[in-house]
Design a protein around this ligand. Structure first.
Ligand SMILES: Nc1nc2c(ncn2[C@@H]2O[C@H](COP(=O)(O)OP(=O)(O)OP(=O)(O)O)[C@@H](O)[C@H]2O)c(=O)[nH]1
Ligand SMILES: [Mg+2]
Length: 286
C-alpha cells in the first residue's frame, strides 16, 4: 500500500493538549483496541505519559478473540501495568475499572486535604474513548461515532463520585515504523477511509485473515475453499454475494467495503490481529 497521510493538523494540537494537561492529572487511562493491542498503542503517548500512573483499557473486547484478550491482559499486567478488558457497548468491565479508580483515589491528596482524582483519557482515533467516558458518567456526555475524528477539542467532565475526566481527540503519530501498524489502524477504522484505497486495504486484510483465521473467513462467506491469493478470495466472495457489475465485471470496490464493514462490526467473528508475545498465562500475571 502506498504511504498515507494520516497526520492531519489537529493531531499536533492534540499532542500539545495532552502534554499541557498531563501535569494536572493523577492518572492516565490509555484506551487501546483489543483487536490490535500493539498497533493501537501510540508511542507518542508512551513518551508523553512517562512515569504517570496508567491503566490500559483493552476496549472492544466483544470484537476481539477472547483467548487473546486474556493473554494480552496478562502480558500488560506482567509488565507492571494495570490492564482491563472492556466492552463500552454492554458496559462489561466498567465495574472493574471503577474498582481500580477507587483504589487509586485513596492515594490522592494528603491526609488533611482529600481532593477528587483527575484523569485523562487518551488513545488512537475511534478506539472508544468517548464511549468509555459516557459509561463512566452514566450519560451521553461525550459525542461518539463510528468513524475517526469525532472528538475535536478537550472536554472536562465530572463523575457522580466527584472524579474529573478529560476527554481528548484521538491521536496518531507522524510516522509508522512498521507499515503493518498503519494497515491495522486502517482496518479498525482509526484512519479516515477517505484517504485510503479501499480495495488495496481489503486485499491486505484478506491476506492477514487467510494467515490467521482462514476457517472463519471460509465460513462467513460460505466458500468451499479460499483462493490461492487474496485477490482470488475476494473474487470468490464477490461472486457469492452477487457483487457483479454489468458486463460480468467484479465489483471489487463494493466487495472490499463489505469485507471491511463486516470485520469492523464483528460479523466475520471475534478477531485479534496481533498475538500476545511469549507464553505468559493469566496465572503468571497474578
Ligand atoms: N463493539 C464495540 N464497539 C465499541 C466499543 N466501544 C466503542 N465502540 C464503538 O466505536 C466507535 C467509536 O467510539 P468513540 O467513543 O466515538 O471513539 P473515540 O475514541 O472517542 O473516537 P475519536 O473521538 O474519533 O478519537 C463508536 O461507533 C462506538 O459505538 C466496544 O467496546 N465494542
Ligand atoms: Mg471521541
Amino acid at each position: 500500500m502506498n504511504s498515507i497521510n494520516w497526520y492531519p493538523g489537529h493531531m499536533k494540537k492534540t499532542r500539545e493538549l495532552i502534554r499541557d494537561n498531563l501535569k494536572m492529572v493523577d492518572l492516565v487511562i490509555e484506551v487501546i483496541d483489543a483487536r490490535i493491542p500493539v498497533s493501537s498503542r501510540n508511542p507518542i503517548i508512551d513518551e508523553l505519559v512517562g512515569e504517570k500512573p496508567r491503566v490500559i483499557i483493552l476496549n472492544k473486547k466483544d470484537l476481539a478473540d477472547p483467548e487473546e484478550n486474556r493473554k494480552w491482559t496478562a502480558f500488560f499486567r506482567a509488565g507492571g501495568i494495570r490492564a482491563l478488558e472492556m466492552n463500552c457497548v454492554s458496559g462489561e468491565g466498567v465495574k472493574a475499572l471503577y474498582g481500580a479508580l477507587s483504589t487509586r483515589q485513596e492515594k490522592i491528596g494528603s491526609a488533611r486535604y482529600k481532593r477528587p482524582m483527575r484523569m485523562m483519557i487518551v488513545g488512537v482515533p475511534n478506539c472508544g474513548k468517548s464511549s468509555l467516558i459516557n459509561r463512566l458518567t452514566g450519560k451521553k456526555s461525550a459525542r461518539t461515532g463510528d468513524r475517526p475524528g469525532v472528538t475535536k477539542g478537550k472536554q472536562w467532565l465530572t463523575l457522580s463520585n466527584g472524579m474529573q475526566l478529560l476527554d481528548t481527540p484521538g491521536i496518531l503519530w507522524p510516522k509508522f515504523e512498521d507499515p503493518r501498524v498503519g494497515l491495522n489502524l486502517a482496518y479498525c477504522g482509526s484512519i479516515r477511509d477517505e484517504i485510503l484505497d479501499t480495495a488495496d486495504l481489503a486485499l491486505s486484510f484478506l491476506e492477514d485473515m487467510q494467515n490467521r483465521y482462514p476457517e472463519m473467513l471460509r465460513e462467513r462467506y460460505r466458500l468451499e475453499e479460499l483462493g490461492e491469493t487474496p485477490l482470488e478470495t475476494m473474487e470468490r466472495i464477490a461472486k457469492k454475494r452477487g457483487f457483479i457489475l454489468p458486463g460480468r465485471r467484479i465489483d471489487y470496490e463494493r466487495c472490499a467495503r463489505t469485507v471491511l464493514d463486516e470485520f469492523r462490526s464483528g460479523r466475520i467473528g471475534r478477531i485479534t490481529l496481533e498475538t500476545a508475545p511469549g507464553s505468559i498465562t493469566p496465572e503468571d500475571a497474578l
